[in-house]
Write a protein that binds this ligand. Structure first.
Ligand code: 0FV
Ligand code: MN
Ligand code: MN
Ligand code: MN
Ligand code: MN
Length: 593
């Protein structure tokens, strides 16, 4: 997508919702001499990471008006929705047409309206195929086979990887003009699990190479072609790894350019996107006001003031409009984690950090004054938010989750402290030792405990306990992807300012390889984590984790790859593509015809 900022046209930008960057960010570490109180000596040297102020203006945000909040839009959307439902139920469509429609609905971001219908079709497909696989003659059509494979696995059905054997055996005389088939094969290969032996190693490598060859031969002379655009987009990031709303925003444009399209479906998707965006805007106004009222950004000048980015993360984790309550609460959790992470990584002395960690472990508001002054407000805001969440859940779901919530804060603080101690003591962990702590210090396990409590209608104490004891493999894998994606982009600044060795540096230190090799190793680890996450979703039927929650866990891995794809979108959004991404998901409506 062209840069929205370069296009210069969104009204919101002209109204300077995005503030001008006020200070150049030319160095990464400042030592600031400061004492907390006049009577306190000696002088403590404080650091700063020179994080830029928020790019987003709170008052402009509050003044954003959106016509898609009106009842008429929703009414019009709902009429179109029933027409689309008829298409899904139309018995005259072929099996392949049905699968393609489901794929379009997912990519256009509207499949959440038809979950039951889609589930019925795929369940039927799965059982029919298992009875008689050749019935559809699909094994001779690469696109159809790969699409069916991907859709079934996306929905948790375990189709064997062997369905591609017939193609791979013949790949020497492969029809390299079948770009649609290759593209489907490439996307399907990302649904691989750790028990597959061919998908990642053979199929993905083959499909990727073929697609690269295609771009090399057609890319320059034929830039306008939809095929080239689709292949470039897929190579940039496979569909299975993409953040939902951004994939949708891109696909709506792409679908619009297609020769064979359904204008009604296109209209419906655009309208729905804009309606969902309007819902997001109201939630953002709420969390932005909450954040100002906490006073934390004002008080802790060294920490990242990132309420819009913190909210944006949640739209990647759970996109459906009806989950506003989850997004509001998780945004608060994100904002508090970001602030506390900066206290540990930048500002606090080791002694203070030990007191701070103890405060979270003791969870005793009566001992607030034991803390250094600058930590008290932050602790109290967390304490109050956790009690608020716990109170709502006790009222609505009749279970006291506060012990689990508070433990998750103590655990993340302990993991932050381990890193601070390693750094300050000059200790260099090996990669495995680092990762055991780092998948917790990235803070997503804390997010997931809160997420599960707020999101799930029926809370299981067993799930809460396994989450709380860090025994859920899918959480470990998603958090590891988040950690590794973060390290790939934030570690240069972190090393420059002084921090524990991150994954890349641990591996370099341990094996003596170059940074380039270490980065390749980290990319390989991300791939393997994905295979394990897919396994949990597709093959581990004894998992206690409900499928819909599992999907939101995987979504955080997707979102982290979105935030860190082109730089540190969370800490330094001004230097990444994240401003454009936030604009297109949260602020720029799609023009309707
Ligand atoms: C990442 O930044 C960050 F902000 C985290 C882990 C807290 C908030 C999480 C969400 C908004 C989802 P940074 O690179 O400073 O993290 P580390 O762990 O490397 O200090
Ligand atoms: Mn940090
Ligand atoms: Mn940290
Ligand atoms: Mn825990
Ligand atoms: Mn980092």
């Amino acid at each position: 997508m062209a840069s929205l900022l370069q296009m210069g046209s969104p009204l919101i930008y002209r109204n300077s919702l995005v503030k001008r960057i006020q200070r150049p960010r030319s160095f990464t570490c400042t030592i600031v001499a400061k004492t907390t109180r006049a009577d306190e000596s000696p002088v403590v040297l404080r650091r700063s990471a020179n994080y830029q102020p928020s790019l987003w203006d709170h008052h402009h945000l509050l003044s954003v008006e959106n016509k898609y909040t009106k009842d008429e839009s929703v009414h019009e959307r709902d009429l179109l929705k029933e027409n689309v439902r008829k298409m899904l139920n139309d018995e005259r469509t072929t099996h392949l047409e049905q699968l393609e429609l489901i794929d379009d609905l997912q990519k256009l971001g509207v499949s959440y309206h038809f979950e039951r219908e889609i589930d019925n079709i795929l369940t039927f497909t799965y059982h029919k195929d298992r009875r008689n696989f050749v019935e559809y003659d699909m094994e001779y059509d690469l696109h159809a086979t790969a699409l069916e494979f991907r859709l079934l696995r996306q929905h948790g059905f375990n189709v064997p990887e062997d369905v591609f054997d017939v193609f791979m055996e013949n790949c020497g005389k492969f029809d390299s003009h079948d770009i649609n088939g290759l593209l489907s094969l490439y996307e399907a290969s990302y649904l691989s699990t750790k028990s597959d032996t061919k998908l990642q190693k053979n199929v993905r490598v083959f499909a990727t190479q073929q697609l690269k060859n295609f771009v090399d031969t057609h890319g320059s002379k034929d830039l306008a072609s939809c095929d080239v655009e689709m292949v470039v987009q897929a190579l940039d990031m496979p569909y299975h790894w993409r953040m939902g709303r951004l994939a949708t925003r891109w696909y709506i444009d792409m679908y619009g350019k297609r020769l064979h399209k359904n204008p009604m479906l296109l209209e419906f998707s655009k309208l729905d996107f804009n309606i969902v965006q309007a819902v997001y805007q109201e939630e953002l106004k709420y969390v932005s006001s909450w954040w100002r009222e906490t006073g934390l950004a004002n008080q802790l000048h060294f920490s990242r003031d990132r309420i819009v980015e913190n909210y944006f993360w949640t739209t990647g984790q759970i996109q459906e409009p009806q989950f506003g309550n989850v997004r509001r609460i998780i945004t608060k959790v994100n904002a508090l984690l970001t602030t506390i992470d900066d206290i540990y990584d930048i500002y606090g002395t080791l002694e203070e950090l030990q007191l701070f960690t103890a405060a979270f472990e003791n969870w005793d508001v009566n001992r607030l004054d034991d803390l250094p002054e600058y930590m008290r407000l932050c602790f109290l805001v967390v304490y109050n938010e956790v009690n608020n969440i716990g109170c709502d859940i006790l009222r609505n779901k009749d279970i006291n989750v506060i012990p689990f919530l508070k433990k998750s804060w103590a655990d993340v603080c302990k993991a932050y402290l381990v890193e601070a101690m390693w750094y300050k003591g000059g200790y260099k962990p090996n990669l495995e030792e680092y990762m055991q702590n780092a998948w917790i210090s990235i803070s997503s396990p804390t997010i997931f405990v809160h997420f599960y409590c707020v999101f799930s209608d029926q809370l299981s104490v067993q799930v809460l306990e396994t989450l709380s004891e860090h025994q859920q493999n899918i959480v470990r894998c998603s958090s590891s992807v988040f950690r590794l994606a973060n390290d790939l982009v934030t570690s240069p600044d972190e090393m420059a300012r002084g921090d524990v060795l991150k994954s890349i540096q641990c591996y370099m230190n341990e094996t003596g390889v170059s940074e380039e090799k270490a980065r390749m190793h980290v990319h390989k680890m991300i791939n393997d984590m994905w295979d394990e996450m897919n396994y949990e979703k597709i093959e581990n039927h004894s998992s206690l984790i409900p499928q819909d929650f599992a999907e939101t866990v995987i979504n955080l891995a997707r979102m982290s790859q979105c935030m860190y794809q082109y730089g540190d979108g969370h800490g330094c959004p001004e230097k990444s593509k994240v401003i454009d991404r936030v604009m297109s998901v949260l602020f720029s409506p799609i023009p309707l015809d």
